[in-house]
Write a protein that binds this ligand. Structure first.
Ligand code: TYC
Length: 107
């Protein structure tokens, strides 16, 4: 049987706004292939991810040399929209460029 104080504490706790957990974050990853022109990848990074020329070049070369690279970290909906935008642009220009999203690793 709760005491009066315990009961009041519970009522105060229930009245407080719920503290929201931060949303899970996803990284959008670009994959290398042998056919998509480098200039096109840089164009996509500028257009879809709002990268500067220098940053777009850096990410493109990282993907080219290491096989994959992170373009940005977003909430699920924004990550998904950007993946779709990349795949749409690649398909429209008939490039095999691949892009995916994955949960940000814990470490
Ligand atoms: N490897 C490609 C080439 O040599 C360039 C490239 C870079 C393709 C990044 C895809 O995500 C990519 N033309």
């Amino acid at each position: 049987m709760p005491t009066v104080i315990q009961h009041q504490r519970e009522r105060v706790r229930e009245a407080l706004p719920a503290r929201l957990a931060p949303p899970p974050m996803y990284q959008v990853v670009l994959l290398n292939d042998d056919y998509t022109p480098m200039d096109f990848v840089v164009h996509v990074l500028r257009q879809v991810f709002h990268k500067t020329d220098a940053e777009a070049e850096r990410i493109m070369l990282q993907v080219h040399h290491e096989g994959r690279g992170v373009c940005g970290i977003y909430t699920r909906d924004i990550a998904s929209t950007r993946v779709d935008a990349v795949l749409h642009m690649a398909h429209a220009d008939q490039h095999p460029l691949q892009c995916l999203m994955e949960p940000v690793p814990l470490f």
